[in-house]
Write a protein that binds this ligand. Structure first.
Ligand SMILES: [Zn+2]
Length: 287
């Protein structure tokens, strides 16, 4: 709450506040992260594609199931806004809210990126993160945010009264439209809340408001994902640059981001299977 309260606490307010927190989800019941399997798979990789996302722009690319992709910092600290779709069905896409509830507000090695209902399955697994040393800092911030959404021209217009067209939302929309030859309006509805790769964020301790601070990422750092299903990926190099001061304008120093797609040896994937869609009956109690 950013505003003062107006009500008087009840006499047992303290006792009510002493209720113990319980983790909302028993995540130990999820399929476990098989580090040995992923480490074997990433031990010998051959690069099959490489591309550069220019500053204040986005690119879309496909990653077949069983391949790895890396987002690499080059030239200078830069935040990337990431969208994931099932390459064969754009209605199955990354579900940042449920991923946050299952894992945490910020992601690192071993965490999965889950898809929307009704499939709710791991789309990708994070298999390496050179920034995992960062942990949680004294402001309560962490790296690789899934609490933010994406900078967008609508919020920007509300707050500043001006139009800005290089927000991640617009960049991702243009990239998806170009990749799938879709009209802009059709592409836009598929753009969704992102994983803010390399972005350092948290909630202020006193008012629990969303804040950002300069990303600790430096050239050479990378985050690596294993594609659990055939993926269509879009990545925007945020106009906020390292997001240490502003976004949604042309003032921040921005850098490109590199993307590499790698294929592991065929034999290490023997026995591995793409996760099936969620098996819930979808009856919702009607039969
Ligand atoms: Zn952005």
């Amino acid at each position: 709450m950013t505003k003062r309260t107006h009500t008087t606490p009840p006499s047992d307010a303290e006792a009510r506040r002493r209720a113990l927190p319980v983790l909302t989800y028993s995540v130990e019941q999820l399929p476990s992260f098989d580090a040995a399997f992923y480490n074997r798979a990433r031990a010998e990789l051959s690069e099959v594609a490489e591309l550069t996302v220019p500053p204040r722009d986005a690119k879309a690319f496909e990653v077949p199931a069983g391949h790895f992709f890396r987002i690499v910092s080059v030239e200078g600290p830069q935040v990337g806004d990431l969208n994931l779709w099932n390459a064969h069905d754009l209605t199955e896409r990354f579900y940042s809210g449920k991923t946050r509830a299952l894992h945490a507000t910020h992601l690192t090695t071993g965490d999965r990126l889950w898809s929307t209902f009704p499939t709710l399955r791991p789309m990708a697994t994070i298999t390496h993160d050179t920034l995992d040393w960062y942990g949680w800092d004294e402001d309560g911030a962490g790296v690789h945010d899934i609490i933010g959404t994406r900078c967008d021209p609508y919020t920007n217009l509300l707050l500043k009264g001006t139009e800005y067209h290089r927000c991640c939302h617009s960049n991702l929309t243009r990239a998806l439209a170009a990749e799938r030859a879709l009209p802009l309006e059709e592409a836009e509805v598929h753009v969704h809340d992102v994983m803010n790769v390399f972005m350092c964020t948290g909630y202020t301790r006193d008012t629990h408001q969303y804040f950002m601070k300069a990303s600790p990422v430096r050239p050479g750092d990378f985050i690596e994902f294993f594609a659990e299903i055939d993926l269509l990926v879009a990545l925007s190099a945020c106009p906020g640059g390292d997001c240490g001061a502003s976004h949604s304008d042309d003032t921040a120093k921005c850098y490109p981001l590199n993307v590499e797609v790698h294929r592991p040896l065929e034999r290490v994937l023997i026995g591995w299977q793409s996760p099936p869609p969620n098996r819930y009956s979808r009856s919702h109690g009607t039969r």
